[in-house]
Design a binder for this molecule. Structure first.
Ligand SMILES: [Zn+2]
Length: 281
């Protein structure tokens, strides 16, 4: 399932074929959006932004297409007139003289005014996007200690898009490992240096995954393992999907657990359970 880095990469690909190029056609499958087609076709795409899994296509006329991929939406980019072989339902098409950006299956699509974005229910709730808004480590550490977030387990908090937008399930395990933290710890349990370490891990691993197309492991380790002929799944992550394999840092067996209804991977030595809720009364 795509997380922030994958959505941001899709947004970059969209921007590359759409920004500044005259549009020949904008088509919505939903009848209640059809009346926007002429205005958007005549306008230029200025920018493609993301907020977690939401894509925001900004037009010169002051309108924005909001498309949330949810679990099943999928963008296909192709040369004009050469749509992909798929049985999915086409929901939105943006076409230039040479290229098409086609969104299939997504149902959460709407058109908003630039100045009305803050009132949209998802956008009003979503925290800063790690790749589009690029919050600093200090900003993230401050959010971690804010009253709304500080008493929630990190395993829950890191999946909550209102904390920061863009983390998903594989990044959650990877970030906690990189910060050396047990998933049941809360913001309130962390010292300021630990909160900053976690905040830096959130930024670093999201950016690394975005730049490398999904690798979160230390890049030297990944390159060394790749050179040995190991498959991508063996070197892609520190701990995610590596249950029973040795930790790259200490050699202990990685374990798989369930937190907030989703699978989580952890090194029992680098992220010990004994460190859980240590500052609790
Ligand atoms: Zn370890």
């Amino acid at each position: 399932m795509p997380e922030g880095p994958e959505i941001r990469r899709a947004a970059d690909r969209l921007a590359k074929i759409l920004v500044g190029r005259p549009l020949e056609r904008v088509t919505f499958a939903f009848t209640h959006l059809k009346h926007y087609e002429p205005e958007l076709t005549a306008a230029q795409v200025l920018d493609v932004r993301t907020r977690g899994k939401a894509m925001l296509i900004h037009f010169g006329c002051g309108k924005v297409i909001y498309a949330h991929n949810q679990l099943y939406g999928r963008w296909y980019l192709c040369k004009k007139g050469r749509p992909p072989q798929t049985r999915r339902q086409l929901r939105l098409a943006l076409e230039t003289a040479t290229d098409s950006a086609l969104l299939y299956s997504a149902s959460d699509i709407t058109v908003l005014a630039d100045h009305g974005l803050a009132e949209h229910p998802f956008l009003a709730r979503a925290g800063p996007d790690l790749l589009t808004d690029d919050p600093s480590a200090k900003d993230i550490a401050d959010r971690l200690s804010a009253p709304t977030f500080r008493r929630r387990q990190l395993a829950m908090l890191l999946l909550d898009q209102s904390f920061v937008a863009g983390l998903g399930n594989y990044l959650r395990s990877e970030v906690l490992f990189a910060a050396g933290l047990h998933p049941e710890l809360k913001g309130v349990d962390l010292s300021r240096p630990e909160a900053l370490k976690l905040a830096r891990a959130i930024r670093r691993l999201t950016q690394r995954s975005y730049q490398t197309g999904g690798i979160t492991n230390d890049l030297k380790t990944a390159a060394r393992l790749k050179a040995r002929g190991l498959p991508r799944r063996a070197y892609r992550h520190y701990v995610f999907s590596r249950a029973g394999e040795p930790c790259f840092a200490c050699g202990e067996c990685i374990v798989r657990e369930n937190h907030a209804g989703r699978r989580l991977y952890r090194c029992p030595h680098c992220q010990p359970a004994s460190a859980r809720s240590r500052n609790a009364p």
